[in-house]
Design a protein around this ligand. Sequence first.
Ligand code: HEC
Ligand code: HEC
Ligand code: HEC
Ligand code: HEC
Ligand code: HEC
Length: 386
Amino acid sequence: MRLRLGLSFALLGIFACGEANDRSHKHVSRNMFTKAELRKKSKRNQRAVARSSARCGECHGAYERTWKASSHAKAATSPYFRASANGDGRCAPCHTPLVGEIADDDPIHEEGVTCDACHSIIEVNDDAPSPGLIFDLTASIKYGPLCDSEGSYFHRSGCSPLHSKSRLCAGCHSLEWPSPNGEMLPVITDFDEWSAKGGRGATCQDCHMSGTPGEVARGFATREKISRHDLFGADEELLRASINLRASLRTGEEGSRDLEVTLTNRGALHSIPAGLAGRRFVLSINFIDIEGRSVGQAARVYARILVDAQGREVFFTEARALREDNRLHPGERRMERFRIPPSTTIAKVRLERFALAPEVAARLGLAVPQGSLVHRTDVIIESDNP
Ligand code: HEC
Ligand code: HEC
Ligand code: HEC
Ligand code: HEC
Ligand code: HEC
């Protein structure tokens, strides 16, 4: 409920904190950090120290709990990541962002996008290869949105307006990958799509980090907003609020009976499904007769699909070309028509989200991906020959 309110405020454009004045943000992963560059960075940051999320949780328990449930906490350990990265160092700058800043064998790298990764960022460099994050891990300052906070004996607070801007997310949430023939393939474009809307209106944080009043640190005064740290992931409520599904009967050409399904991206200021190429929504229809038997099926897939030389869908590191991108753009309404087979009495309509395609999962040795239900509806169809 809380979230839904947040989303409808966003849609009404109540958020005035846009970023229209920010420089346009171009991220190219053409040359990821080389080992030598990483070493140079780590020399500069010799006294850098990062603390585990458990340490932060001693005073910020609610944050630790919610962050743990998010995909940020699994960025280094999710089965999908492990299977696809296979030790590839080019993934580290975003999935284990403190690599190169602190010792390679620090267990904190297993925590993925951990507290100290985000709360030590002081700048996102547009001109550097993505993610272009610049950290300050030397002074025991935690950077965040509170500008009247003194922090504690454990750390000081650093007033950082950057933390309330989409730019903070931009570095990691923009990824292009070179194909073997040198073409740059779009892999993650949430930030670019959001900026293409002019960067006005709701920020990433407005929708993905809505908040409620509470104590920021145990025993300290109640503040207006504790920013949620768990909406980084396939959240069902967020998903359901983002997309509208309507199904109704129509008369087609030559008097045929059609089912019309309309999908609208009403919730997000970026295309959906968002995130990594290969994420998909599957709209499926099962036409059922009076005996409960299936008399026909139909499906549509909405995704950005990268393919290899044979035209098969593959993970982005193996891709040669972009085959198609039919995701729903912000505000877009998509209408689909299906011919209803004779003797249908009910059309069962489902919209599900899948993290990846079954073929891609099989090639990576992963289990068959399970869908999560976004919407379902049954449409009753009157028989034409009673
Ligand atoms: C240091 C890099 C980094 C920063 C900064 C970052 N992210 Fe992420 N984000 C990631 C990675 C990596 C993942 C994927 C984790 C996984 O599932 O393996 C991710 C996952 C997500 C997901 C879930 C995607 C899914 O399909 O499950 C959302 C939503 C998200 N981030 C939003 C944000 C927002 C909003 C911000 C800014 C406030 C942000 N991120 C900042 C790296 C980052
Ligand atoms: C000993 C308790 C304690 C520990 C441990 C602790 N913090 Fe804090 N933190 C505080 C207090 C107190 C505040 C200020 C609360 C206030 O002003 O309402 C704070 C504020 C913050 C802020 C807000 C800063 C701002 O200016 O917006 C961030 C971000 C933060 N902490 C992150 C962390 C991280 C990350 C860790 C773990 C590395 C951590 N904290 C560990 C006590 C702690
Ligand atoms: C993906 C980046 C990211 C990670 C990981 C992350 N935070 Fe935050 N955090 C933010 C952002 C962005 C804000 C400010 C949100 C805003 O201004 O709307 C914030 C706000 C805060 C605040 C300030 C008060 C508030 O609620 O706005 C504290 C304290 C804090 N985070 C603690 C933590 C702790 C503890 C962890 C780990 C358990 C953590 N954060 C992990 C990005 C992150
Ligand atoms: C107006 C609200 C809104 C704004 C602003 C917004 N998002 Fe989203 N975002 C959503 C909704 C709703 C979804 C769920 C749809 C989905 O999963 O595809 C979503 C999904 C995502 C996902 C995929 C999560 C998943 O479940 O697959 C990522 C990653 C993401 N957003 C990142 C961002 C980033 C980065 C920004 C800022 C540049 C941003 N979003 C701005 C509403 C928003
Ligand atoms: C520029 C930053 C960046 C780089 C570099 C990067 N990623 Fe990611 N990755 C992200 C973000 C942001 C997400 C979250 C989007 C989403 O989950 O849909 C993500 C999500 C993923 C996911 C989905 C995880 C899950 O559990 O669902 C996989 C798998 C993945 N990346 C693999 C890789 C591999 C392999 C590499 C290196 C070859 C790599 N990434 C390099 C930023 C990056």
